[in-house]
Design a binder for this molecule. Structure first.
Ligand code: KG4
Ligand code: ZN
Length: 343
């Protein structure tokens, strides 16, 4: 029998990209256990995620991780104790999504447990809700990751309006591509972040993209080309390039672009509550400057810890239980949608 609403236990499953993640969540905020297996090392030598390799690795890891997440949660009988299975059903890589969804469906049938498909972006929005009891809509959510740069108006939980997104590359994608050009490996974000802290952001003049369009929109591909030209010219002329300075200059332009458009979204809506999530939200420079801006502008800012910014299954469980309690259901016909949108 299902327990009282606040005590429901949800198994979250996330396999949309290159992290196999599972979590058990009690209610909306009580994390019983959370495990992640990152595939970074396997993809690093290719400078980006190789979809075929990603799905094979999810397939290898998902059952051992399921055992780990149950063992470390303190629950005894998953069939009896788990009330809901929440699984990422899109957007993402189809082969990767299929591993999570098929596993969730098999468990749902074996345990006779309800299942719900969760949107990965809604998951990132819920990364903040999963760790903050006091956060309630309306708020502006900036989701900045390897696949997304979206500014979303969260009118209510489950009710979203896209205020703006990127015209081309996502912010994290630009980090990853620049890192690849400089031979810094994958993912580029953490290493560029580290090098940037030792460089001079004024050494190369990189433009802040679309800063004066008056619209909430981003473009990172021009910035990537400008940085690529600097790298190429230095190779041609033999003038040595200080990687730290390029990283600092690139990071400065990305942060300025994000801050300028977040500010515009806050002004346009008049909302004073802001959440940030997605892999790029773990960037140290962005976190520092956004905190400063929030203080100046008197915004209430919610920034989860870096491990909740990057892909994880706690956020999927949290979005899943909330959607379930709002009356949404999936069934065994659930199939992944690689380009699922929530607006
Ligand atoms: O949210 P996430 O784990 O996966 C996606 O849904 O994309 O984000 C991964 C992205 C990668 O592009 C990675 O380079 C970027 O987040 N990232 C960072 C940092 N840590 C991860 N970007 C900038 N600074 C960081 N510290
Ligand atoms: Zn993500």
């Amino acid at each position: 029998m299902m327990s009282a609403a606040k005590e429901l236990i949800t198994l979250g499953i996330e396999t949309s990209c290159d992290d196999t993640a599972l979590a058990l969540l009690k209610g909306r905020n009580d994390i019983l256990s959370s495990v992640i297996s990152s595939q970074i090392e396997s993809h690093s030598e290719y400078g980006g995620v190789v979809p075929e390799l990603a799905s094979r690795m999810h397939q290898e890891m998902i059952i051992p991780l399921l055992e780990d997440v149950i063992d470390s949660s303190g629950i005894n009988d998953p069939a009896e104790d788990i009330d809901l299975i929440a699984v990422t059903a899109g957007p993402g890589l189809i082969g990767s999504l299929l591993v999570g969804v098929m596993t969730a469906k098999a468990l749902s049938q074996a345990w006779k447990t309800p299942i719900i498909g969760v949107n990965h972006l809604e998951g990132h929005i819920f990364a903040n809700i999963a760790v903050n009891r006091e956060l309630s809509p309306p708020f502006i959510s900036a989701v900045v990751s390897g696949g997304h740069t979206e500014i979303i108006l969260v009118k209510d939980l489950g009710e979203y309006e896209l205020l703006g997104s990127t015209r081309d590359d996502a912010a994290g994608e630009a980090y990853d591509k620049i890192a690849k050009m400089m031979g810094l490996g994958y993912p580029g974000g953490p290493v560029i972040d580290r090098l940037a802290s030792r460089g001079d952001p004024k050494s190369y003049l990189l433009p802040t993209p679309l800063s004066s369009t008056g619209k909430v929109e981003f473009s990172f591909s021009g910035l990537k080309t400008a940085a690529a030209n600097i790298i190429r010219n230095s190779a041609k002329t033999g003038i040595s390039l200080k990687k730290e300075d390029i990283c600092a200059s690139f990071q400065k332009a990305v942060i300025e672009s994000l801050l300028c458009k977040i500010k515009l979204a806050m002004e346009m809506t008049g909302i004073k509550r802001l959440t940030l999530s997605g892999g790029v939200a773990s960037n140290s420079g962005l976190r520092r400057e956004l905190r400063e801006m929030a203080e100046e502008e008197n915004w209430e800012l919610f920034l989860p810890s870096p491990d909740m910014c990057t892909d994880n299954a706690v956020m999927i469980a949290s979005a899943g239980i909330d959607s379930f309690l709002r009356g949404n259901r999936s069934d065994l016909l659930l199939s992944p949608d690689p380009s699922w949108e929530i607006w």
